[in-house]
Design a protein around this ligand. Structure first.
Ligand SMILES: Nc1ncnc2c1ncn2[C@@H]1O[C@H](COP(=O)(O)OP(=O)(O)OP(=O)(O)O)[C@@H](O)[C@H]1O
Ligand SMILES: [Mg+2]
Length: 1014
């Protein structure tokens, strides 16, 4: 390693050691999902569009399992060894990345690797592995699919494969082999891949590597540390070969045959659609096995038989909550994957729901031979791997779905998408997420005439508009398998909601309770009386307006419950507390500690992901019988209840909307779980009339948000249209915009200007901002086209909110000129997401305390970004401040202090206490920062490309570059920046080598506690 590298690396050694050991101690708490598993670009060029910074507000719940990047020692050694052999551009990106985002000083040592070089590292390694795996079975189409098996490792269905194998081969499955099918076994057995072929790795992982000649040669040349380690480690591992039973083969043969029949049936658009809606009867069996569904509801059958569906027309269908909408969508999805052999995108509103769905459909993927790929939080690859045989079901959040569609359009693969299913279609009307969904669907409609779109929802009103937008047919039905009885409670009277009566309520009963005067004071709304009518035998949810209220209600209820409640499933409740203690590194929330013994918990975004998951599981299995939750749960995972209580008709301080109300009460009485369901809305006398309006009013209309959400809506849409070359002239943009919901609703949403004028203004605005440029063609017609500028490209590639792109650019530039590398603080500041600054209100005493603990160099960071010490001191002492400060900067710095403390301490609990923030918030900040950092990485990629094109293809090239030469070769690069690039590259390289060396030493150390030795 070049000696000068060490000159710029100041505290690298101790910090890298510390960080590593922390990572293994508490990975999920501290590490960036994006950084860990940031997908590589898939070969040439950068990814089409990066995953977005924030999936949603409900993403406050964040990601469960995104901390799983390939940071193994072997991969790192491999990377080091091949750094000079391989010619990939990701290293160079990394080098550039350090320039602005020195990964070594970012959020976490391990994460940073993935912000930068490990992307290429993963590719380099798996590409090679892939090559020899593929060689054994089939010729490799290296141009198109050289990276296929990289993702063969990743899709969720495959990750679940081994878990499922035991279960599946245990013989518990019901045999489907009939006499007729037996006949076709021989003829069809070669048409389908065996179950093990669904997971190539299963077969190959344990086989000796059969290197392709080139890679073999390379590796032999570098008889190396990695090989030693590899052989030493693999020598200890015994290979296990998967057995494929005869019965299994028979079943697969039957499946294959049925798929063929079904395929022909669909292709010929025959009315006879085969054994199970054109699908193998195994599908029916799987629904029985995995979901307990014996027969379809009548409406489900009718809907699947719709003429419009047979003709592959777009369809919107709407039924009450719990009506069984999902099953219909899933059958249509399977038809597309298996019979039409096309990929499918399923868009769901929240990360948690995507994850739940991935888990639910993975077993189908395994059994039926398609891949289930998760696009949520930090997961998802852009563009997706092009599969040769298996089809993919992409399950995505709204934002990731958009990024995926963009990447397919950019790589001209949008036609691979046979079907797009949107659950909760009413989300179209919800803020910036609605705008994103609208843009996504409009792009599909505009660019791919063969992609079918299916949308569903329980809460649609102005379906006509949506039908026009999606050019879709409509199906609706009032079916709900379990009756839902709606009540409101005013004082001690329960009224049934009855839309037929004049005021909407009819008397039902008086609430039967005996309260002491103390209890009456503590529980004036009689929540205890309401819940004890159902718990602990049945489950109950209480929706509360605020997070604090959830905790108060949970505490209050258990305070007055009889001790008998403790006896119910006591041991499991103790286990739950133990589990939470483990999750919290020895800490448990005192409220949960108090409430769980009574079978009660709260549920809101203040919980960490792991805590939330444990609580959800305990509730689903009946260990907990009562959850006090916020509205997020209604739109989140499927947690049904016998009784749903709405603590007040408010969400935070806003009066409840009809859609929200319907979603919340819809949790009551779920099919297959409850035989009845009821909801009770607690109403104060003063709100009585508002509630009458609420229950009697129709559902809210769903309106386009493209204009309301200007920067994330209209402007971002226009920018990406040009960036993706979907539309590059004013006329083309106009024509595209005609396929939006905004266009359908233009007469309702804006009157002063025409859509065309709005578009014109929007384009002008983007040109003024320096994001788009006009280009007049030189031919005879002098046609004016639009092109995207580097800043525009960076903005749309990084999915940066247009409101912040100029600010981000300025801050990065400023950072580049005076980046303080002594600690990570400056870089963390630059990775702190803007959108979290608006709802942050610093505690000034904490601000000052944290500031005082910084080193002099770190304090200089505050000064550089524009928050002087005097300001913080004055604020903390309550003095008036004349100077107008930018609160976005002040808050951003405060949040970067949180991240910095997290980096040093790793324990979310202690950090949240230090800053008086909920641990869920701290975790969300961490996840958002990781996502935002990856967005900024893509924002910065333009310079990386410049360097790469100039021949600086690896970190080593840059570390050894002459800054003067760089200045000459790279446009707009200052001398200072060039020096910074070189020194950053040196630092990264030397730190990486050092870290690897330490890891090697640690690994080779003889353990002192080997059993049987003294
Ligand atoms: N034919 C069926 N037979 C028995 N149970 C069914 C059937 N169809 C669906 N279900 C079950 O009904 C429950 C609710 O179904 P689902 O989640 O699809 O409802 P939904 O209409 O999507 O409701 P929401 O609007 O609340 O999302 C699920 O547990 C599902 O397994
Ligand atoms: Mg649903």
């Amino acid at each position: 390693m070049a000696e000068p590298g060490l000159a710029v690396r100041r505290k690298s050694r101790p910090s890298s050691v510390r960080k590593r050991s922390r990572a293994s101690a508490q990975p999920s708490a501290v590490c960036s999902p994006v950084a860990r598993k940031r997908p590589s670009s898939g070969g040439e060029g950068p990814p089409t569009e990066t995953p977005c910074s924030n999936d949603s507000e409900e993403d406050m719940f964040g990601d469960y399992d995104s901390f799983c990047g390939n940071d193994s020692l072997l991969a790192q050694v491999d990377d080091m060894e091949h750094k000079y052999l391989q010619d990939k551009n990701m290293d160079i990106k990394a080098a550039e990345h350090i320039i602005l985002w020195n990964p070594q000083s970012g959020i976490h040592q391990k994460k940073q690797d993935h912000f930068s070089t490990s992307e290429s590292m993963v590719v380099l390694k798996t590409d090679k592995d892939d090559a020899f795996q593929m060689n054994e079975n089939e010729p490799v189409d290296s141009n198109q699919e050289s990276t296929e098996s990289i993702l063969d490792d990743l899709p969720s269905s495959q990750l679940l494969y081994f878990e499922k194998m035991d279960e599946l081969s245990s013989g518990s499955r019901i045999s489907l082999v009939s006499e007729r099918r037996n006949k076709c076994v021989n003829s069809s057995s070669d048409k389908i891949r065996s179950p093990s072929s669904f997971c190539p790795d299963a077969e190959h992982r344990n086989k000796p590597a059969d290197f392709s000649s080139d890679s073999k040669c390379d590796l032999l040349k570098t008889e190396s540390l990695k090989d030693h380690l590899k052989s030493a480690m693999t020598g200890n591992a015994k290979a296990q070969t998967l057995q494929v039973s005869k019965t299994k083969q028979l079943k697969e043969a039957v499946l294959s045959e049925e798929i063929c029949v079904a395929k022909k049936t669909i292709e010929s658009s025959s009315v006879d659609i085969g054994p199970f809606y054109g699908l193998p009867s195994k599908v029916k069996e799987l629904f029985r096995q995995f979901r307990g569904i014996e027969t379809l509801y009548e409406w489900q059958h009718d809907c699947l038989m719709l003429e419009s569906l047979q003709q592959r027309k777009n369809l919107i269908y709407s039924l009450p909550t719990s009506g069984g909408k999902t099953l219909v969508a899933e059958i249509i999805i399977l038809q597309e994957l298996l019979c039409r052999q096309k990929d499918v995108l399923m868009i769901l509103p929240y990360v948690a729901i995507v994850q739940e769905k991935v888990r639910g459909l993975s077993s189908f993927g395994i059994e039926l031979g398609f891949l289930v790929e998760e696009y949520a939080g930090s997961k998802g690859r852009f563009p997706p791997i092009k599969r040769r045989k298996k089809k993919s079901l992409y399950i995505a959040t709204i934002e990731k779905g958009h990024a995926l569609v963009n990447s397919l359009i950019e790589t001209e693969r949008i036609d691979d998408l046979g079907l797009v299913v949107v659950d909760e279609l009413h989300m179209l009307g919800e803020g910036s997420r609605g705008a994103t969904l609208e843009i996504t669907l409009a792009k599909i409609l505009y660019t791919s005439k063969n992609t079918q779109i299916i949308g569903m929802s329980a809460t649609l009103n102005n379906v006509g508009d949506l039908q026009k937008f999606l050019q879709a047919e409509y199906y609706t039905n009032n079916f709900r398998p379990v009756e839902l009885k709606e009540y409101v409670k005013i004082r001690d009277t329960i009224y049934a909601v009855d839309s037929k009566t004049e005021n909407g309520f009819t008397f039902s009963r008086l609430l039967n309770f005996k309260y002491s005067s103390n209890l009456e004071k503590a529980d004036p709304d009689h929540i205890i009386a309401l819940v004890t009518e159902v718990i602990p035998k049945y489950s109950c949810l209480i929706f509360c307006p605020t997070k604090k209220n959830c905790e108060n209600v949970a505490s209050m209820v258990c305070k007055y419950l009889k001790k008998d409640f403790r006896a119910h499933r006591e041991k499991e409740k103790q286990d739950l507390i133990k589990n939470l203690k483990n999750i919290g590194n020895g800490s448990v929330c005192p409220v949960l500690k108090q409430t769980i013994p009574f079978g009660i918990a709260y549920h809101h975004s203040g919980l960490t992901n792991d805590e939330r998951r444990s609580i959800e599981e305990a509730y689903s299995t009946g260990v907990l019988c009562l959850l006090a939750c916020t509205a997020t749960l209604a739109a989140g995972v499927n947690l049904p209840a016998r009784r749903v209580i709405l603590r007040a008709p408010y969400v935070a301080s806003d009066f409840l909307k009809k859609n929200q109300y319907k979603q919340m009460i819809g949790r009551a009485g779920r099919a297959g779980i409850d035989s009845a369901g009821e909801s009770i809305l607690i109403v104060q006398e003063k709100d009585k009339h508002l509630v009458q309006d609420l229950v009697n009013s129709p559902l809210e209309n769903c309106y386009s948000n493209l204009l309301l959400e200007l920067t994330k809506g209209m402007q971002s849409c226009l920018l990406s249209l040009v960036g993706l070359k979907i539309a590059v002239t004013h006329e083309e943009v106009n024509s595209f915009m005609c396929s939006t919901l905004l266009s359908v609703q233009q007469h309702l949403l804006f009157k002063e200007k025409s859509l065309s004028e709005i578009i014109k203004d929007g384009l002008e605005n983007l040109i003024e901002k320096g994001l788009l440029k006009r280009r007049i063609s030189e031919d005879h017609n002098s046609k004016c086209t639009l092109t995207i500028t580097p800043l525009g490209k960076a903005t749309y590639k990084g999915s940066i909110d247009l409101a912040y792109c100029n600010l981000l650019y300025r801050e990065l530039k400023k950072g580049l000129e005076g980046l303080i590398l002594e600690s990570n603080l400056h870089l963390l500041y630059l990775a702190t997401p803007y959108d979290m600054t608006s709802n942050c209100s610093p505690d000034w005493m904490i601000y000052l305390r944290q500031f005082n603990q910084l080193s002099a160099a770190e304090q200089k960071v505050a000064d550089i970004v524009g928050v002087p010490e005097s300001f913080i001191t004055k604020k903390a002492s309550g003095q008036a401040i004349r100077k107008n400060m930018d609160s976005a900067v002040v808050n951003r710095l405060y949040l970067s202090f949180v991240l910095y403390t997290l980096l040093k301490e790793t324990n979310i609990w202690s950090v949240s206490e230090k800053f008086n923030m909920s641990r869920g918030y701290v975790q969300n900040l961490l996840n958002s920062a990781a996502s935002f950092a990856s967005c900024v990485l893509h924002f910065c990629e333009a310079r990386a490309k410049q360097l790469y094109n100039a021949g600086y293809k690896t970190l080593a090239h840059l570390a050894n570059a002459n800054p003067e030469t760089l200045v000459k070769m790279i446009e707009h690069l200052s001398r200072r920046q060039a020096k910074q690039i070189v020194s950053s590259a040196k630092m990264l390289l030397s730190e990486k080598a050092e870290a690897l060396q330490e890891e090697v030493e640690e690994l080779l150390k003889v353990p002192t506690d080997i059993p049987g030795t003294y």
